[in-house]
Every structure is written in structure tokens, then in C-alpha cells.
Design a protein. Structure first.
Lengths: 315, 262
């Protein structure tokens, strides 16, 4: 087996790109294209969260907060400040990263459950801000999001957003895999396994924890902006606690410490509820049961568990 | 020989109990220096102070004459201090070679943007780091385990992996906390040889050890701690003949020889 990181690394980026390019041929209509775009958008956020949780080992139960900042940036930037949509998208990503940087320094000293509660609080605060500032955000009623216009071209419709989110997902996958196979990524993984050993090897752990938190917040904000631009409408639900939990579930179910797992996890949690609508009122119960069964039989998450199974079979 | 690492009158207490009190020692460039003592003598505490994990309540630590007391571990690492741990601190989810690659961290170019884009310089550096790490794995005899997950390595191999990772940082002083603890006589002999090989590379080695055979054979000088204070300091013969050392180690009966050849 080729263990050189760059061989498998580029193969994986290529595989994701191939799926993005070929999938539309297999999708019968716009409804499916729309679902696929939602998978990609969620996957972008989950890849960021996986860098934080799966690689660096720092939990966050508040990532929908950063997603919400991106989602509202593209609505509020044009409406309140008169900024072009593309600039608002960038501003949302920068703002989200800046907030993660400022809040990250003090809270990333915390570990485990304590960090979980602190990030949960952060997410709730952001959600409450969007929900309560009714004059600005429309509160629970939400607000319109203008179309993204680039060089006179209006980005609208499922097909357009399929390609934008698909291309961004490929880029996000490439960047994440590049990082993982670099001194930075090795520092993240080292911190996960032993902070004390990392420190005596010269790794400034506060810096790397802050860095990965900021990166994951930027991934989430970009996904959030795409989400509300795609929908043309944004509500405070975009930053809700439930959404934070969904991101964590996607990361865990697909496989912590697996970028491919992030995409599989997002696909699983976006597609399955659509498929389960045949169960009508039992839909949620069936979804819950399927998740339990998956975690019992694939405890490392779908992708890592299947990979180790395949390795075991061939060994 | 000039002194490389100096400990001056170090003291620290935990919950009112003196873990170390008035300990001073002087480590010369290029020597193998051992700190020994019964359980709870304060050996690991001393290491934790030197490597910046605990700030001492009194006293100073000097590296090449520079006061490094209380500096954070990652800065001390950059100044040339590296260490291993008595209770293993291996990166268990990474492969053996990746563990050693992390040891190269300080010597790698750390521009995050370049890492995100996998610029050619980053890829070249990755290959070089991997090659360096593979050479160090060969030095400690772990070539066959390079691609294995560290979590699947046997105990003795993990001890040597930690040593390889620590030297990857190119320290001037290497602190080894019980490098042979839990190893059988053959493994201990291998560690023994390894420490001598590292010393020949010009690294000053400071070790904390229980295993008398190892200490007596390879150390240039030995410092004996008991209940947080200095009991003796000198070469193997001097320390071995010191009545206070014999009493602390063996009670009032028996001799050090006895214990050493058990």
C-alpha cells in the first residue's frame, strides 16, 4: 500500500472532484441537485469542525454560531451597509475568524466538557443576538438575502449553487488535506494526543489551538454564507444549537480525523431525512435508530471504520 | 569542561510538603549525568522544573549561563532542551515515523499559508523531515515500525520512539526520565547502548533512573536525591561508597553492589 501522504492525498481530492463533476449526470432533476448542494455546503462546515475536533481534539458545540455569522453577513452587509454581496461574504468569514481568535484565546485553555460548555455558550450568544435584534435581522421572522452577483452574472438556482458549493468543497478538501500533511497538521494531531509532549517539542499549543479554531470558524462562516445565498432567505435557525449538534453528529458519524468522513457524514445527515419521509411521523425515530446502529457497528465513524475493516481483510 | 546546565538552590513544595529543597547541581557539556534516588525523592519533579512544566518557588535554572527559570516549555525547547517522559507521552494516533517528524517541528518552516497551499517548498520540507525521521528511527532500531500506528508498538519500542522524537529536536541537553523503566535486561542493554550513541553525537544527557546497572555503567557523574534534598554528588565510585546513599537505598544493611547485581 502506498503510504506516501501525497499520493493518497491527491487521489482523495481527485476523487471528490470526480464525484462533484459526475454526480449531476446521475441526478434526475433539480430537487436532487438541491439536496446535493446542501450536502456540499454542510460538508464545508464539517471539514472545518473536523480539523478542530478530529485532528486537534478540541470540541465545539457552538459552530452554528460561526455558520450564522456567515449566513447573516451576506444579508446584513448589503442591507445595512450597502456592501456588495461578495464583499459581505468575505467580511463574514473575516469577522467569524476574528471572533474565534478573540474568544478562542481564553476558552481554549479549557478542556473536554468545560470547553464544550464554553463553546455551547458562545453559540447560544450568537443565536440570541440574531434572534433578538429584530430591527436589524427580522428576528425569528428572518430576512431576505440578495443574490450573489459576480461580474454582472447572477448566481441563482440549484444548478449554479451546486457548482459553486461543489467547487468550494473540492478547494476546502484540498486545503484541509494540505494542512494535515504539513508541520501545522502534525502539530494539531500532536496536541490532540499529548499537550505536554507537544510543548516540550517546541510547539506553541496556544497558537495552534487558536489557529485551528479560527480556521474552523472561517470554514463554517463560508458555508453559512452559501447556505443563506442559496436559500435567498435567512433566519436565526441558521445559528441554532440544534444545527451545532448536527455538525458534530456529521463529523462523528462520518469519522473524526477523516476529511472524507466529513463529507460522508454530511451526506448521511442531509440525504437520510429526505429518504425517510416515507415513514411520515416515524421519520425522526427511524433516523435516530439508524444513527445508533451505525455508531454501534462502525464506532470510529463510517469512513475510518470501513477503512480499518478493509485493511484487516487484506492483511 | 564548561558547565552547560546549572541548577541553583531549587525548591518547590506541593501542599506544604517540600518536594525539592535547596537542590543545586552543575551539568557539564557533553557528559552523561544521572539523577538517582528512591521513589518520591523528587527526581521527576526536578525534570519538570528544568523543562518548564513547573515554575520553582525558589532558585534558578541556567542554561549556558542564561537564566531560563520559569520560561514556558516550548521556548525552552527552542533554547535546546528536550526530554522524554517516565509515563509515556507518545502521540498514539500517529504513526511511529510521524511521531519523530513532530520532533522536527522547531526546525521546520512554519508559514501556515504555505502549508495550506502545499507549496513546493513545503513538500520538499516534508520529504526531508520524513527522511530525517526515518534515519532517527534507524538509530533507535525501529525502522520496521516506521509506518505502524504508535498505538500498536510494544512498550520497549515506545521508550525508544520517545528518545528518537526527543533527539529529532536537536537538543543540546536531553533529559531522559527513566528510559529503562519497565524494560527487561536485554532492552535495558539496548537503551544503554543507545544513550552512549546519543552522547557520542555531542548531546549532553541527563537521566533519571532507578536501574542501578544502567546508571553505574554509563554515567560520568551521579547526583543522589532523597526526600527532595541532595544526598551525594560525584562519580560512580564516590557515590557508591557514600554511607548516606547506601542507607537511603538499602536501609542500613547491604551495599550498593548487592543491589546493582541483583
Amino acid at each position: 500500500m502506498a503510504r506516501g501522504p501525497f499520493v493518497s492525498h491527491y487521489a482523495l481530492v481527485g476523487a471528490v472532484a470526480l464525484v462533484v463533476v459526475l454526480l449531476p449526470l446521475a441526478l434526475p432533476d433539480n430537487f436532487y441537485l438541491r439536496v446535493a448542494a446542501l450536502v456540499y455546503i454542510n460538508a464545508i462546515a464539517v471539514i472545518g469542525l473536523n480539523l478542530l475536533m478530529g485532528y486537534a481534539g478540541q470540541v465545539s458545540l457552538g459552530h452554528a454560531g460561526f455558520f450564522g455569522i456567515g449566513a447573516y453577513a451576506v444579508a446584513l452587509g448589503p442591507a445595512a451597509l450597502g456592501l456588495p454581496v461578495w464583499l459581505s461574504l468575505l467580511a463574514g468569514a473575516v469577522l467569524s475568524g476574528l471572533l474565534a481568535f478573540i474568544v478562542g484565546r481564553p476558552i481554549l485553555r479549557l478542556r473536554g466538557y468545560y470547553l464544550a460548555v464554553a463553546t455551547l455558550g458562545l453559540g447560544l450568544l450568537i443565536w440570541m443576538f440574531f434572534n433578538n435584534q429584530s430591527e436589524l435581522t427580522g428576528g425569528p421572522n428572518g430576512m431576505q438575502v440578495p443574490r450573489l452577483v459576480l461580474f454582472g452574472w447572477r448566481a441563482t438556482g440549484p444548478a449554479t449553487w451546486y457548482w459553486i458549493s461543489g467547487a468550494t468543497l473540492v478547494l476546502g478538501t484540498w486545503i484541509a488535506l494540505n494542512l494535515i500533511n504539513s508541520p501545522t497538521g502534525r502539530a494539531f494531531r500532536a496536541i490532540h494526543d499529548s499537550e505536554i509532549a507537544s510543548r516540550v517539542l517546541g510547539i506553541d499549543i496556544a497558537r495552534y489551538k487558536s489557529l485551528v479554531f479560527v480556521l474552523s470558524a472561517v470554514y463554517a462562516a463560508i458555508a453559512g454564507s452559501y447556505f443563506s445565498l442559496f436559500d435567498g432567505f435567512v433566519t436565526a435557525d441558521s445559528s441554532s444549537f440544534i444545527r451545532s449538534i448536527e455538525f458534530v453528529v456529521m463529523a462523528v458519524l462520518g469519522g473524526l480525523g477523516s476529511i472524507l468522513g466529513s463529507i460522508v457524514g454530511a451526506a448521511f445527515l442531509v440525504v437520510l431525512p429526505q429518504a425517510l419521509t416515507v415513514f411520515h411521523e416515524y421519520e425522526e425515530i427511524v433516523l435516530g435508530l439508524i444513527m445508533i446502529v451505525f455508531m454501534i457497528f462502525l464506532p470510529g465513524g463510517v469512513v475510518p471504520s470501513l477503512l480499518s475493516l478493509a485493511r484487516w481483510r487484506t492483511a | 569542561m564548561s558547565s552547560l546546565l546549572t541548577i541553583e538552590n531549587i525548591g518547590i513544595s506541593f501542599g506544604g510538603v517540600h518536594a525539592l529543597f535547596g537542590v543545586s547541581l552543575d551539568i557539564r557539556r557533553g557528559e552523561i549525568f544521572a539523577v538517582i534516588g528512591p521513589n518520591g525523592a523528587g527526581k521527576t519533579t526536578l525534570f519538570n522544573i528544568i523543562s518548564g512544566l513547573y515554575p520553582p518557588e525558589q532558585g534558578r535554572v541556567l542554561l549556558e549561563g542564561r537564566d531560563i527559570t520559569g520560561l514556558p516549555p516550548h521556548i525552552l525547547a527552542r533554547l535546546g532542551l528536550s526530554r522524554t517522559f517516565q509515563n509515556l507521552q507518545v502521540f498514539f494516533r500517529m504513526s511511529a515515523v510521524e511521531n519523530v517528524m513532530v520532533g522536527r517541528h522547531m526546525h521546520e518552516q512554519r508559514n501556515v499559508l504555505a502549508h495550506m497551499l502545499a507549496l513546493p517548498s513545503v513538500r520538499r520540507q516534508n520529504r526531508r523531515t520524513r527522511k530525517d525521521a526515518e534515519e532517527l528511527l534507524a538509530l533507535v532500531g525501529l525502522t520496521d515500525f516506521a509506518g505502524e500506528s504508535a498505538g500498536s508498538l510494544p512498550y520497549g519500542a515506545l521508550k525508544r520512539l520517545e528518545i528518537a522524537r526527543a533527539i529529532a529536536a536537536e537538543p543540546s541537553v536531553l533529559l531522559l526520565d527513566e528510559p529503562a523503566a519497565g524494560c527487561n535486561p536485554i532492552e535495558t542493554e539496548e537503551i544503554n547502548e543507545l544513550i552512549k550513541r546519543i552522547s557520542r553525537r555531542g548531546v549532553t544527557v541527563v537521566l533519571v533512573e532507578h536501574d542501578m546497572r544502567l546508571v553505574m555503567k554509563i554515567s560520568d557523574r551521579i547526583h543522589v536525591l532523597d526526600h527532595g534534598t541532595t544526598l551525594a554528588d560525584g562519580d560512580a565510585a564516590t557515590v557508591r561508597a557514600n554511607p548516606a546513599v547506601i542507607a537511603a537505598y538499602l536501609g542500613s544493611h547491604g551495599t550498593m553492589e548487592h543491589r546493582a547485581h541483583r
